[in-house]
Ligand binder design. Structure first.
Ligand SMILES: [Zn+2]
Length: 160
């Protein structure tokens, strides 16, 4: 089946910069999983995958507006250390996941205090045009539960 609204899509990805340096890859772990057409995935990736089928591979050069966003100046914010997830001990330069009202955000630690950390809210890859290599590993219809929740269930998606 072709990917369209309410498809649950599983895909592998590789992100490289314009100089050809590999920045991120899902091939080291499990593929990403999302519910298509519900703004759960970056706009640029959804448009590359729209209409594709299991086994298809697609490559696209995507602008920051449709991926990790433009870099925002002065995007530093103080957050409680206990809200940082992804590591046991923190040091400046590390990236952490912070849960916000808008969902998960990947942030960069700028300064560490005992209870509060100063983080940069820009995604580490914000502001860059990047090459995305995508491979569709599975497409299926969403269940009624998934459509009413607005997200995919299973490995790589919500597990509850
Ligand atoms: Zn759910």
């Amino acid at each position: 089946m072709k990917i369209s609204k309410d498809s649950v899509v599983q895909f592998h990805y590789k992100i490289t910069d314009l100089e050809g340096n590999e920045l991120e890859s899902s091939y080291d772990s499990h593929p990403a999983l999302y519910l298509h057409g519900h703004s759960n995935m970056m706009e640029g990736i959804e448009s590359l995958l729209d209409g594709k089928e299991k086994g298809d591979k697609v490559t696209g050069e995507l602008a920051p507006e449709v991926t990790f966003g433009q870099r925002i100046e002065d995007a530093s914010q103080r957050v409680p250390v206990k809200h940082l997830t992804g590591a046991e001990k923190w040091a400046p330069g590390m990236t952490a996941i912070v849960h916000t009202d808008q969902g998960q955000r990947q942030v960069t630690i700028m300064k560490m205090g005992k209870f509060m950390a100063t983080v940069d809210l820009n995604h580490p890859l914000a502001g860059q045009t990047l090459i995305f290599d995508l491979e569709v590993t599975d497409v299926r219809e969403a269940s009624e539960d998934e459509i009413s929740h607005g997200h995919a269930h299973g490995v790589g998606g919500h597990q509850h």
